[in-house]
Design a protein around this ligand. Structure first.
Ligand code: UDP
Length: 417
C-alpha cells in the first residue's frame, strides 16, 4: 500500500519531552517504521517548524518525512496551528500529484481536517480513504481542564465533524470508543489498535543509571499540569510517614534547551511545591532525556508512577513494563487497558496522593512483588504491544477503509464538515 501519514504538530523526527512533543511523535514514527518494514511505502507529512529543515528526509527504504510549508517555519503551540491546515492540505495534494496514496492516516483532529481536505481535491482524481486517530479528544480535555483548555473554540464542532467524515477511526483504547459514541460518531466504523512499544530497545536487559538513594521512583512525560506530576510530589510526605524517606523522585521531561527548564512555569510550580512540603531534597528534575538513555533510566527505578488526570493512551507505562518495572497508574483512559491492577502494577484513583503513597509503600517494601509485577509487565508488553502487531492491526483498519469506499467513488463525495 501507498500510505500518507499526517501529523501536523508532532514530527516523527522531533526531540521528545517538550510541551507538544511526546506520545504522538513516538507513535507516528514507530508505526510508520513498522508499516514500512511490512512492505508498505509510507510518507509522513508534518509541518515545517524550523527554517533549517530540508523539504524531504528519507528515513529508510520505504519511509520518508515531508516537511510541508504550512504557516511560519518556526515552532508554534499546536493550539495555534488551525489556520494553517488548508496550506498543509495544499502541500499534500501537490505532493500526491497524479499518484494519490491508497489511504491517508491522520493523527490528531487538525491533521484530520487537512487529510479530509486533501483527500477530496480534484487533483487526487478520486476520493482517498481517510483513517483518523485522534490521540486526544477535545471533549475529554474540556471536561478536565475547563477554562484552562487552550484549544481553539472551533475544535468543539470541527473535531466531531472529522470523526463523522473519516472513513474509519482507530481508537487507541476501549475508553475512547465510549467517548466517540458520546460525540455522536458511528462506532461501527471504529477499530481499536493501541500504541506499541519498541521491544528491542525497551527491555529489562541492559545497564541501569546509578541511583542516589535507596529507592528510586520515576515520572516520565511532558511537563504539563494534566500529567499529575505534582501528585507524586504530594505523595512523598505520606510515603515518608510510612517509613520510606530514603527515596528519590526522578522527574524526566520538560524543555530541551539549556535554561528552558528553570524558566518553565510548571518546573517552578513543582519545585515550589516540593520545597513547601519539605521534600525538595528528594526530588530531581532532569529535563529532557534523550531517547537513547530512556531504557537505562527506566531500569534504575523501583516503580514508575503515571498519575495523569486523564490519558488517551500513555506510552510511558508500556515502556516501563517492557523494561520490567512495575507501574503505579491512575485508573483512567488507556492506562486501564495497559496496566493490569495487581498483575503488572497497581491502579490508584485519579488525583489521590495518599493512594499513590500507599501503592508505592507496598512496592518499595516488597522486592519479590516488584519482581513479579515487573516480569508480568514485560510479558504483557511482549505479547500484546509490539509495533509489528500494532501495525498489522492498523493495516486491517486501512483495508476496511479502502473496502468501504463506494465502488468508483468519485472525488468530492465525502460528507461535508
Ligand atoms: N519521552 C522521552 N524523553 C523525555 C520525555 C518523554 O523520550 O524527556 C518520551 C517517553 O519515553 C514516551 C513519550 O515521550 O515515549 C511520551 O508519551 P506518552 O504517551 O506517555 O505521553 P504523551 O506525550 O502522549 O502525553
Amino acid at each position: 500500500m501507498k500510505i500518507s501519514m499526517v501529523s501536523e504538530h508532532a514530527s516523527p523526527l522531533a526531540a521528545l519531552g517538550g510541551v507538544d512533543a511526546g506520545g504522538q511523535n513516538v507513535h507516528v514514527a514507530a508505526l510508520s517504521e513498522a508499516l514500512a518494514r511490512r512492505g508498505h511505502s509510507v510518507t509522513v507529512y508534518t509541518r515545517k517548524d524550523s527554517p533549517d529543515l530540508p523539504p524531504r528526509v528519507r528515513v529508510g527504504p520505504r519511509l520518508e518525512v515531508v516537511h510541508a510549508e504550512a504557516g511560519p517555519a518556526r515552532r508554534l503551540p499546536k493550539d495555534e496551528l488551525l489556520p494553517f491546515m488548508g496550506e498543509l492540505a495544499d502541500a499534500m495534494a501537490k505532493d500526491w500529484g497524479e499518484r494519490p496514496p491508497d489511504v491517508v492516516h491522520a493523527h490528531f483532529w487538525m491533521s484530520g481536517l487537512a487529510a479530509l481536505d486533501a483527500a477530496r481535491r480534484e487533483e487526487a482524481g478520486h476520493r482517498v480513504p481517510v483513517v483518523q486517530t485522534f490521540h486526544a479528544l477535545g471533549t475529554v480535555k474540556r471536561r478536565h481542564q475547563g477554562a484552562e483548555d487552550t484549544s481553539p473554540p472551533e475544535r468543539r464542532w470541527l473535531e466531531p465533524g472529522v470523526g463523522r467524515s473519516a472513513d474509519r477511526i482507530i481508537a487507541t483504547c476501549s475508553d475512547e470508543v465510549f467517548e466517540l459514541k458520546a460525540m455522536d460518531i458511528d462506532t461501527g466504523k471504529v477499530s481499536i489498535a493501541p500504541c506499541g512499544v519498541d521491544l528491542a530497545f525497551f527491555s529489562a536487559d541492559g545497564p541501569a543509571e546509578p541511583r542516589r538513594r535507596q529507592h528510586r521512583i520515576l515520572s516520565v512525560g511532558r511537563l504539563v499540569p494534566r500529567k499529575g506530576v505534582d501528585l507524586v510530589i504530594r505523595a512523598l510526605p505520606h510515603l515518608g510517614a510510612e517509613g520510606y524517606d530514603d527515596v528519590e523522585l526522578l522527574i524526566v521531561g520538560g524543555g530541551a534547551d539549556p535554561g528552558v527548564l528553570e524558566s518553565d512555569p510548571e518546573v517552578r510550580r513543582l519545585l515550589t511545591l516540593a520545597a513547601e512540603l519539605g521534600v525538595a531534597d528528594r526530588v530531581t528534575l532532569l529535563g529532557q532525556v534523550p531517547r537513547a538513555d530512556m531504557p537505562a533510566t527506566f531500569r534504575s527505578a523501583d516503580a514508575v508512577v503515571c498519575t495523569p488526570w486523564y490519558e488517551p493512551f500513555g506510552i510511558v507505562p508500556l515502556e516501563a513494563m517492557a523494561c520490567g518495572v512495575p507501574v503505579v497508574a491512575a485508573a483512567v483512559g488507556g492506562l486501564r487497558d495497559t496496566v493490569v491492577d495487581r498483575v503488572t502494577g497497581i491502579h490508584v484513583p485519579p488525583r489521590d496522593p495518599e493512594a499513590i503513597a500507599a501503592a508505592l509503600a507496598l512496592l518499595l517494601g516488597d522486592a519479590a512483588l516488584r519482581a513479579e509485577l515487573g516480569a508480568a509487565g514485560q510479558q504483557r508488553a511482549r505479547s500484546r504491544y509490539s509495533w509489528d502487531r500494532v501495525a498489522a492491526e492498523t493495516e486491517k483498519a486501512y483495508q476496511l477503509a479502502i473496502a468501504g469506499m463506494p465502488a468508483g467513488a468519485d472525488r468530492m463525495e465525502g460528507a461535508a464538515l
